[in-house]
Design a protein around this ligand. Structure first.
Ligand code: GTP
Ligand code: SPV
Ligand code: MN
Length: 592
């Protein structure tokens, strides 16, 4: 008799009508074959799906060029289909689930004719983790199949976990005709189902990532008493050899991957990488908060990545241990067949193809790489991968950081007074938008609570209440909550803070605060370090600059408070009273 999985795959095939069904086992040989298909057989806009890059300089590296209209997540085409619109909340696009499925069925009918349907069984989380989830995605893109193999534990192990069970998470994906008019990324949290059509890009297409591990998982966590968060996970080792684990939420393209791979400029410190994008946080049997990274790969922003800013990432990209490494929408150096993007080298190579594959003209105002060009690389290639990465129970978190990209207003770092105030700080986050999503104005400010505005799979007012509840359950074990902004600028437009490896100085203050080793100064918005409290030796940072980095300008905060109030208002009576109260208290402290 056919298993529930086989029956579901059969149903998908009946609807999509592929020429061939290809069950992926996740092996390396298979990855070679999928790359080969991408070079020789499958096409995007008439071009091969993959081109081989210079393997001497970049082992196992391949370039993928997407459809030029399919270069980032499309939040305006992303829906969360709860039975009731209120459950999705003002933070999500909503459609009635039956209506949504009817529409998707029409769009999906016969969409894989002439194509191959790849069946990808995969696990989010370590197979022995009590928190892991078994999933299956069908897709008609070999780029997606190869990417999923890098990003999660795909293949035999997942099949074994699923066996005859029917409670696996389902993902239906087709690139369709790549027309944004017929593109939808739809979530059905009641059925553990994601249905995505019309895009082959990143978070739209790798359904284990944002779609399942954040949107659906956040809903599961709400009911089951845990959190699915847009967070990196690191262990910071101090000169005594003690490791403090931190989880940090920053909005898309605001520095998570960089922080996760930070190479400290302070003697004696080490940063161990556990995750760069997603954390699942559970309360352990000892009452502390534990984090696992359900992923195994990095889908990272290429522009800005260099030997100077992120040397560990370049080592990871060039390690070539885990096959393959993918580059999406970067440029290509025509003389060396190496990938290239803005910031990679100080001098731009003379002969380049841009991300569309056209010769780049020196007169061109267009960038060489797409601003959201990315690489897909295995975490097993990362030289600083934590020895705790495979720990099925995860690592105990001592500090949570919320971070934003802000030209002004927000200081380099501050500490919240307590959990409730920390949740308020997260809930009121505003950040300048980046090229990680289409149809948004890059640089414009938007509220992005906990960096989850595109990823929370239910009404965010309920999500805030859930965060407050988690604090009550954690009691004295609750991690301290901090807030950071690497991106504050001087009057001349330059960054006030050097960032990258120097961010260890902020992490040092944070872990010293966690262990009660350093003092802080109380301000209306939270606790900040004094000049003396931060290790700034060897850094050319004047007291005057330090003052600018930590300036709390009451006029600027007036605007900030108005924006927060307006955002909270959207949630009406559903908004937890505690957070409205926190807003009032902040106003009181600023103007008393
Ligand atoms: P997603 O993958 O979209 O979730 O992004 P992310 O949060 O992982 O961001 P990432 O680390 O890839 O950084 C995005 C951009 O910010 C890159 O261009 C980085 O070079 C830049 N960036 C990261 N950290 C810093 C920093 O400390 N200072 C400055 N000035 N720029 C930074
Ligand atoms: C993000 O936008 O936060 C990403 C990239 O991590 S994507 O996988 O496309 O969502
Ligand atoms: Mn992300």
């Amino acid at each position: 008799m056919a298993s529930p999985l086989e029956m579901w795959v059969e149903k998908c095939a009946e609807l999509t009508q592929p020429d061939e069904i290809y069950w992926c086992n996740g092996s390396e040989e298979e990855a070679y074959e999928l790359i080969e298909r991408g070079i020789k057989r499958e096409r995007i806009c008439g071009q091969p799906v993959f081109c081989e890059l210079n393997h001497k300089a970049w082992p196992n590296a391949y370039l993928h060029r997407s459809h030029p209209g399919d270069v980032a997540r499309t939040e305006h085409l992303t829906f969360v289909c709860h039975p009731d619109k209120e459950m999705a909340g003002p933070n999500n696009n909503w459609m009635d689930p039956n209506e949504a499925k009817e529409m998707l069925t029409k769009l999906t009918k016969g969409c894989m004719r002439g194509r191959t349907m790849y069946v990808l069984p995969y696990l989010m989380g370590h197979p022995e983790s009590p928190y892991a989830k078994a999933c299956v995605q069908v897709t008609d893109s070999c780029y997606v199949a190869v990417s999923m193999r890098i990003m999660c534990r795909m293949g035999e192990e997942a099949l074994k976990c699923i066996g005859d069970r029917d409670d696996f998470v389902k993902g239906i994906h087709s690139i369709g005709d790549l027309d944004p008019q017929r593109r939808f990324i739809m979530h059905f949290p009641q059925e553990d189902l994601v249905w995505s059509i019309g895009s082959g890009y990143g978070g739209n297409a790798l359904l284990g990532k944002k779609c399942f591990s954040l949107r659906i998982a956040s809903w599961l966590g709400y009911h089951q008493g845990w959190l699915a968060e847009h967070m990196l996970i690191i262990g910071v080792e101090d000169p005594d050899g003690n490791v403090t684990y931190i989880a940090a939420a920053l909005p898309s393209a605001c520095g998570k991957s960089n922080l996760a791979m930070l190479q400290p400029t302070l003697e004696g410190y080490k940063v161990w990488t556990l995750g760069d994008d997603i954390a699942w946080l559970h309360i352990g049997s000892d009452g502390r908060l534990y984090a696992i990274n359900p992923e195994t790969g990095i889908f990272g922003v290429a522009p800005g990545t260099s030997e100077r800013t992120n040397p560990r990432m370049l080592e990871t990209l060039k390690a070539g241990k885990f096959y393959p490494t993918l580059f999406t929408n970067t440029g290509v150096n025509l003389d060396t067949n190496e990938p290239w993007w803005e910031g990679l080298t100080e001098k731009q190579p003379p002969r380049l193809l841009n991300w569309r594959g056209e010769p780049w003209e020196p007169t061109s105002k267009e960038p060489v790489a797409h601003p959201n060009a990315r690489f897909t690389v295995s975490l097993y290639n990362c030289p600083t991968l934590s020895p705790e990465f495979e720990n099925p129970n995860g690592v105990p978190i001592s500090a949570i950081i919320f971070g934003v990209r802000r030209t002004s207003v927000i200081p380099l770092v501050y500490e919240s007074f307590d959990w409730k105030h920390g949740v308020f700080c997260g809930a009121s986050m505003g950040s300048e938008m980046t090229p990680a999503a289409l149809n948004t104005r890059v640089g414009a400010l938007r509220r992005d609570p906990m960096a989850m505005i595109p990823f929370c799979g239910y009404n965010m007012a309920d999500y805030f209440a859930h965060w407050l509840r988690m604090g009550e359950m954690l009691q004295n074990n609750a991690p301290k909550i901090f807030f950071v902004n690497w991106f504050r600028r001087d009057d001349d437009g330059t960054f006030l803070w050097p960032g990258f490896g120097e961010n260890i100085r902020v992490l040092k203050w944070i872990i010293d605060r966690v262990h009660g080793r350093v003092s802080a100064k109380e301000t209306p918005i939270g606790l900040i370090p004094r000049f003396e409290d931060m290790e700034l030796s060897g850094l050319d940072l004047s007291r005057e600059k330090f003052k600018k980095l930590f300036k709390i300008d009451k006029d600027e905060w007036r605007g900030e408070i108005e924006a927060i109030r307006e955002f909270f208002w959207k949630f009406g009576g559903r908004m937890p009273g505690e957070l409205v109260e926190e807003l009032g208290k902040l106003e009181g402290r600023l103007w008393r």
